[in-house]
Ligand binder design. Sequence first.
Ligand SMILES: NC(=O)c1ccc[n+]([C@@H]2O[C@H](COP(=O)([O-])OP(=O)(O)OC[C@H]3O[C@@H](n4cnc5c(N)ncnc54)[C@H](O)[C@@H]3O)[C@@H](O)[C@H]2O)c1
Length: 320
Amino acid sequence: MAEHALITGGAGFIGAHLARRLLDEGVRVTLVDDFSRGRQDEILDQLALRATLVRHNLTEPIPEGVLPKDVDTVYHLAAVVGVQRTADSPGRVLRTNVLAASNVFDWCDEARPGTVFLSSTSEFADGAAQSGLASFPTPEDVPFLLARPHSTRASYALSKAVAESMLMYRAGQTRVRIGRYFNVYGPRMGHSHVIPQFIGRILAGEDPFRVYGSEQTRAFCHVDDAVTATVALSRLPGDEPVLANIGDDSREIRIADLARLLLELAGVSPRLEILDSPSGSPERRLPDLSTLHTVLGARETVPLEKGLRQMLDWYGAESW
Ligand SMILES: NC(=O)c1ccc[n+]([C@@H]2O[C@H](COP(=O)([O-])OP(=O)(O)OC[C@H]3O[C@@H](n4cnc5c(N)ncnc54)[C@H](O)[C@@H]3O)[C@@H](O)[C@H]2O)c1
């Protein structure tokens, strides 16, 4: 009998890429999503031919019979994501992400999948970084703290910290795997993150070209590499819970240089207009990937230029 995976948030960016990878490997896949973000598009139509799609709002408990119980691995990715959404509705972010995790893990208590993977975030470490308590590259055992606990931005990190603990308390009952994603990018990631925002404005011919937080640095991870890491982490044998940063530390880049690289790849040269950083955004994010390297061994990752070229092609072909 083929392995059976359940992906919550499977209509979203990382979820759909993960579903495609697992299906290509012959895994049976069930996706559950409320489609609040995951769009009904060609990619989802293709997935629907090979996977089972279930519509359910995970802030509600999962009724008996809605999801199949013969699941080997649950990948819990459903969440409200994005800086803008967090700024607009911090209460919704906190409520949705905590309730969804709680309902999914309660369902797992009954269904007893062998492994539960939780998608957590680099933002777990941002409070410590802002307080000078994180080193770079940042390991997983960084303390969790909120420099400004009641700021709108804190709600997302807080929701993920709660979800991490809820899952960790279940270690022994299921194999616990937690991945903290660091700046994952790739086709179909939406329009709210820095790379698609730059691309949208390049395609619109913006001149002068606005660059917010030009001196901040990030290390971007292509979604194919994030999916490889997610699957490898989930399949890691052993009953001990595993928490690993998921990212790509091969190239840390200043935001101004990211803009220059994208403009160069697009073959345009507007004047750069350097503007202040968005409020509350961290100066630096760089994962310590020692744990991941232990799991995956040495591996090649998608070079940034190649990934950005793919993004320019993909978003160029999409109508904005
Ligand atoms: N993309 C990144 O760089 C990144 C970084 C850190 C963490 N993550 C985490 O990875 C996961 C996937 O992120 P993504 O970028 O693919 O986001 P995404 O928004 O594209 O996908 C999330 C999916 O969850 C679904 N969803 C939201 N609320 C739901 C609900 N109440 N019930 C059912 N489904 C619901 C959405 O419709 C969407 O399809 C999230 O948990 C996110 O917090 C992503």
